[in-house]
Design a protein around this ligand. Structure first.
Ligand code: DC
Length: 227
């Protein structure tokens, strides 16, 4: 039986950074499910689906794309590479074009079904730390550890803006704040796989904590469960 740590929360709570650090320190396999929805979105963009309207009009085409996409997560040392149809797309999937369309594309129930199946397969026979929006509620409702990371929206926008600047992605703070608010709204109101706090999840509010403090708090929660 594998040991599963499931982490959910909105954009900008530090889920990605925290899970990467904890995976390394605790010997768990790190799975970033947002990167999987981003990969499908990138493939849609590459196939000319590039607006909210085309997402509605081309729903069947998007489902076909999701069925055909081969998504792999390669772990090389600390780094996690996202491989889409044999190509490393780790950087491309963070672009603002992908970010703008990923939430509506991830709202398509059939796309979610395909991703959830793949996420469960990825965790077979492995001890994993998986992060996303519906991991504690849909993908692994019986996970050994269930955590919901949260933070004020302005603080999350500040963190994401800083991250973008460091990665050389050009944006303004106001654009990031607007995009996060839109995604929050969309992610919380999806018909399937909406972002919700599982009844038995432990909530960690990261607003006033730095990465090191959040990491320690999450590690303590996991260590308690391992006892
Ligand atoms: O974590 P992220 O910002 O990279 O995720 C990108 C988008 O993917 C996010 O707006 C919502 C969606 N997503 C989802 O619907 N379900 C998940 N398990 C993970 C992400």
């Amino acid at each position: 039986m594998s040991f599963i740590v499931a982490i959910d929360g909105p954009a900008g709570t530090g889920k990605g950074t925290i899970t990467k650090l904890i995976a390394k320190e605790m010997g768990l396999v790190n799975i970033d499910t947002g990167a999987m929805y981003r990969s499908i979105t990138l493939e849609c963009l590459n196939n000319g689906i590039n607006s909210a309207l085309s997402i509605v009009e081309d729903k069947e085409k998007i489902i076909e794309i999701a069925k055909k996409c081969k998504i792999e997560i390669e772990h090389i040392g600390e780094e996690q590479k996202i491989i889409l149809n044999g190509k490393d797309v780790s950087k491309e999937i963070r672009s603002s074009e992908v970010t703008a369309l990923v939430s509506p594309i991830s709202s398509i129930p059939e796309v979610r079904e395909i991703m959830v199946d793949l996420q469960r397969k990825m965790a077979e026979e492995k001890d994993v730390i998986m992060e996303g929006r519906d991991i504690t509620t849909v993908v692994f409702p019986n996970a050994n550890v269930k955590i919901y990371l949260d933070a004020d929206v302005e603080e999350r926008a500040k963190r994401r803006y800083k991250e973008n600047i460091e990665k050389g992605i050009e944006t303004t703070y106001d654009e990031v704040l607007k995009s996060i608010k839109e995604r929050d709204e969309n992610d919380k109101n999806k018909k399937v796989g909406a972002l919700k706090i599982a009844k038995d999840a432990i909530i960690v509010d990261t607003t006033k904590l730095n990465i090191e403090q959040v990491k320690e708090e999450v590690k303590n929660i996991i260590t308690e469960k391992l006892k």
